[in-house]
Design a protein around this ligand. Structure first.
Ligand SMILES: Cc1cc2nc3c(=O)[nH]c(=O)nc-3n(C[C@H](O)[C@H](O)[C@H](O)COP(=O)(O)O)c2cc1C
Length: 206
């Protein structure tokens, strides 16, 4: 796949990496263009093939795509996310099953595995010309009560999914943030043989 123009402008990898990984970024401006069901299914198909501890597949995806469901899912979000996520044609809640099905014991890595499946989902969205934007800013207890999430499942995150919209449609305060972010250098995150404290470069953290 070709590098997206906004990615070409803002992201320079240290080593060769497939453009898919660079093109995945989290815009806030979403177009109202509907996402066909077969595209959505192909995106979740990718998530399905993530690895998980004991192949438990602890991820669950609750999807809103009708106006009534979108309004309901939007109400879970903090106002700072509602301000832009209201335009997304798909909203998703991810859940994680906290115990193993095969023996009922605690799964210490269920959040890890939901994250892996979510990353596959986001990459597949990019592959299909869409974007996914993760959100931690929401009321998990409201999600649990409203959507009937059982106690054995944790509410992990929410995602907005859709085709990219116009930056100009965003509230003013968000327009200047609408570009792909940079990353910490490998020297700050990969250590051979053991841990090393490296002074963080704050400019890489946004
Ligand atoms: C689990 C998760 C929670 C996030 N929560 C929010 C959020 O509540 N609001 C928001 O605007 N962005 C949120 N983000 C988006 C991140 O800020 C963004 O992924 C990060 O800055 C890296 O930028 P990029 O995704 O464009 O590469 C979240 C992302 C993830 C994966």
């Amino acid at each position: 796949m070709e590098l997206l123009p906004e990615v070409k402008e803002h992201r320079v990898p240290q080593y060769p990496v497939d453009n898919l990984f660079l093109n995945r970024w989290s815009p806030r401006a979403f177009s109202s263009q509907p996402v066909p069901d077969d595209v959505l299914n192909q995106i979740f198909e990718a998530a399905r093939w993530a690895a998980s501890s004991y192949n438990e597949q602890p991820w669950r995806f609750l999807v809103a795509k009708t106006p009534a469901d979108l309004e309901k899912f939007n109400s879970f979000l903090v106002p700072a996310n509602q301000a832009w996520a209201k335009d997304a044609p798909i909203l998703i809640v991810t859940l994680g099953k906290k115990t193993f099905t095969h023996n009922g014991t605690d799964n210490s890595v269920y959040k890890h595995d939901v994250g892996a499946a979510s990353a596959y989902m986001a990459l597949a969205a990019t592959q299909h010309g869409l974007h996914a934007h993760g959100m931690a800013g929401f009321d998990g207890e409201m999600v649990r009560a409203t959507l009937g999430v059982p106690s054995d499942y944790d509410v992990i995150a929410m995602w907005a999914l859709g085709y990219r919209g116009e930056t100009s449609q965003l509230p003013e305060g968000y327009q200047g943030l609408e570009f792909p972010s940079d990353r910490r250098p490998l020297s700050e995150i990969v250590f051979e043989g053991g841990f090393r404290e490296v002074p963080a470069d704050d400019t890489q953290q946004q």
